[in-house]
Design a protein around this ligand. Structure first.
Ligand SMILES: [Zn+2]
Ligand SMILES: [Zn+2]
Length: 750
């Protein structure tokens, strides 16, 4: 255990209704036991009521929905309309249900999505005053057919963007442009709706909200909802005698540690949920825990029924089974449950005592969502984060401030990405021809992108502006959920069932022939990836190993857009061309992480024009290091791996969304250079965030390497599962020294 944090209970602030709230609403909510707004809800509601745009970024279960429902329903009672956007259909359906429960005769709410029938659509356009939809429908239907919705737009008072932290990276950049198109349509019909965005906690929510909407935004970030006390422990599995690539020591897997902790908690009569990544891991944790308990029954005469109090939750459960499970957990018949976060979707478990989280779940929002499963109803609770063998997990269990202090991770996107902006400018021009006055709405890159579109023959320029003259649907140009390239379909061979799609760039990495692929907690084996047919064939299976694709990458600098000195070196942000090829994959034993071997792959190289952040060091700064016998190439390579691992702490990305290249001498810079780039055409905002927070990011990178007690590097610090060079060469001491030089810190400092 590396740290114990006592997160104190929070007393609820006083609740009251702002005096502008209609009596009819106050009575309705009183019927549901709501006696007023907590201070943070009131603050957001008042700002919107005053016509200001606002983002409310507070924790889970802090009652964010009431803060927009109050001004939204007030607008409806006043004769206005409301547009509600959610990232998923399920969330919109949920919201519709709670609106229905209010039983307000003036409210005519309806969801408008892909399942809405033709008749319903006509009714909604004519009568609804509260429309719940998603960015996809806005993009494909509401905006292109804006004329049919004229009555709705004219009266539009408020736009709610719920769970907006989901709008990040390339998808977020598309949504940002859809919202700009929406603003232009509203202006056309003479309305200026107020935006309320609701988000999980993040660093700089106002900056994110402004990038997403293009508007100035007020922030509400202080949570005044009540909460029980939580004891939060950070746990790092020990190094074992097992050896991985290059003889590196391996840590005990997070799942094995979870099983031990789960057994201990069950013996102590503590109701516990253990979150793991896959359904197979859930089953293995439950099995291991039961076996440990069985040993205790035999060895020390523990109660014979103890092993039966542990189960795995399966995503495929029917509603009836789920209710049974909930009941067993509540009654104490079941004390331990191992689960994937599929549980978030279906089972209502409250009143648990403890939560185990095997591996950093990617964001603080998910961490607190999982931890929040324990100690509901104001009771105290225990949560344990168990590190996986990854530099970010290593850093976090040694730097509790990053988890419990002010958030450092920001939600990032890049609406100026020309590959995103171009298609939306075409869509906008087909909705209403673009004029010079519109340039400002779509951002600084608009002028250049418009002239490129004219040159490509997609738009026509006339004296009055830009026109879409094709008979094709302009909205077809933008694939808002994809990452570029035709999507690859995932088909289960035995049943012919379509499991889903992945975009072409990630297909090379995640569903190559031979890959083990986890889909909604279920494990599949890819029998064939056929890029020409755009299909991957999968079979359900329980292989004893996991796979990691490896790629080799070349990068060339197109243009440095911004730069500044960093220590004796220089830091740059700019555009780059990346050529990468997935060349092989490795297999690691699921239970222990042991390397089982690697297989080569025959996939074509891909070329990407994207954004990158890079740093260089002059020969004068690194010659002394070489003099000390350090391997400069290995040092830069190790620093690159670890920095890719740490960037998700500052930008809400996945380590698979970014890539890197390092070299002792890069032809474009003539210097030792380490690049980290966005793995999406045109960029996604991650590298830019790295540039903005470079000192903190690289300091954290160095600390992550220093925190790991291995001698010469391991998967918890400088080895990368996707390294195309087989993690060769790597120099751990060299990386620490190199980063110390770059950051101008004393190399003895850790
Ligand atoms: Zn290590
Ligand atoms: Zn590498």
């Amino acid at each position: 255990m590396t740290h114990v944090e006592h997160v104190p209970a929070r007393q609820a602030g006083e609740t009251r209704w702002p005096d502008w709230v209609d009596e009819r609403l106050v009575t309705r909510w009183a019927n549901h036991g709501i006696s007023g707004l907590w201070p943070h809800q009131a603050e957001a509601a008042n700002l919107v009521h005053d016509g200001l745009n606002v983002i409310i970024a507070t924790g889970t279960a802090s009652g964010k929905s009431l803060s927009y429902l109050v001004p939204a329903l007030s607008s409806v009672l006043d004769g206005g309309t409301v547009l509600y956007l959610s990232p998923t259909k399920a969330l919109a359906a949920d919201q519709l249900r709670s609106l229905g429960e209010l039983d307000l005769p003036e409210l005519r709410a309806a969801t408008f999505d892909g399942d809405t029938s033709f008749e319903e659509r006509a009714w909604i356009r004519r009568h609804a005053n509260y429309v719940l939809t998603n960015p996809d429908m806005l993009h494909r239907t509401l905006l292109p057919r804006h004329a049919q919705w004229s009555a709705f737009w004219r009266r539009l008072r408020m736009i709610v963007v719920d769970e907006c932290h989901g709008y990040r990276g390339v998808f977020g950049s598309h949504v940002a442009q859809i919202l700009r198109r929406l603003r232009r349509i509203c202006a056309r019909y003479g309305s200026r709706p107020t935006f309320l965005l609701s988000s999980a906690t993040a660093s700089e929510p106002g900056t994110f909200a402004m990038r997403l909407t293009g508007l100035q935004m007020a922030e509400v970030t202080t949570d005044a909802s009540p909460r029980g006390a939580t004891t939060f422990a950070l746990w790092e599995p020990p190094l074992t005698g097992l050896r991985g690539e290059g003889g590196a020591p391996l840590r005990r897997p997070a799942t094995a540690e979870s099983a031990d902790l789960l057994a201990d908690l069950v013996i102590a009569d503590v109701r516990t949920l253990a979150f793991v990544r896959s359904r197979r891991a859930a089953e293995s944790v439950a099995l291991t825990t039961r076996a440990r308990l069985q040993d205790l029954v035999i060895d020390v005469g523990a109660p014979a029924e103890l092993p039966d109090k542990v189960a795995a939750y399966r995503a495929g459960y029917l509603a009836e089974d789920r209710r049974k499970l909930e009941k067993a957990l509540r009654s104490g018949d079941l004390l331990g449950l191992a689960t994937t976060n599929a549980l978030e979707l279906g089972v209502d478990v409250s009143g648990l005592d403890a939560v185990l989280i095997a591996g950093w779940p990617g964001t603080r929002a998910s961490l607190w969502q999982q931890a929040g499963r324990a100690g509901r109803d104001g009771q105290d609770a225990l949560a344990v984060l168990i590190a996986r063998d990854d530099p970010l997990d290593t850093y976090l269990v040694h730097h509790p401030d990053a988890l419990f202090g002010r958030p450092v991770e920001a939600i990032v996107l890049d609406p100026d990405n020309p590959y995103v902006l171009g298609p939306h400018l075409c869509a906008a021009a087909s909705e209403i021809p673009l004029t010079h006055d519109d340039l400002e709405v779509f951002g600084p890159a608009t002028k250049q992108v418009l002239s490129d579109l004219v040159e490509a023959g997609l738009l026509r320029e006339r004296a009055t502006g830009w026109f879409w003259t094709s008979r094709d649907r302009a909205t077809d140009l933008a694939d808002i959920r994809g990452g570029g390239g035709a999507p690859v379909q995932l088909v289960e061979t035995s049943t012919g069932r379509l499991l889903g799609t992945v975009d072409e760039p990630s297909a090379h990495m995640s569903v190559h022939t031979g890959a083990v692929y986890v889909h909604q907690g279920e494990t599949f084996l890819v029998t064939e990836l056929d890029l020409e047919a755009e299909v991957a064939l999968l079979e359900a299976g329980t292989p004893e190993y996991t796979t990691f694709a490896r790629d080799v990458t070349d990068i060339s600098v197109i243009e440095s857009l911004r730069s500044h000195p960093l220590g004796p070196g220089e830091l740059h942000f700019g555009s780059a061309e990346v050529t990468s090829q997935v060349v092989s994959y490795i297999k690691r034993r699921a239970q222990s992480g042991e390397l089982l071997g690697d297989e080569s792959l025959d996939l074509p190289p891909r070329t990407l024009r994207t954004r990158a952040v890079w740093w260089t060091l002059p020969a004068s700064a690194i010659t002394p290091l070489a003099g000390d016998g350090l391997d400069l190439g290995g040092a830069a390579h190790a620093a690159e791996h670890a920095s890719i691992g740490l960037l998700p702490l500052f930008a809400t990305c996945d380590r698979w969304d970014i890539g890197g290249v390092s070299t002792e001498l890069h032809p474009d810079t003539g210097l030792l250079t380490v690049f980290v780039y966005d793995g999406h055409e045109g960029g996604a905002g991650f590298a830019e965030r790295g540039y903005a927070r470079a000192r903190d990011w690289l300091t954290a990178t160095r600390e992550a390497i220093a925190s790991c007690e291995c001698d010469r590097g391991c998967p918890s610090c400088i080895q990368s599962p996707k390294c195309g060079n087989g993690n060769e060469p790597l120099d751990k001491t060299g990386a620490l020294r190199l980063l110390a030089v770059l950051l101008s810190i004393d190399p003895r400092e850790t």
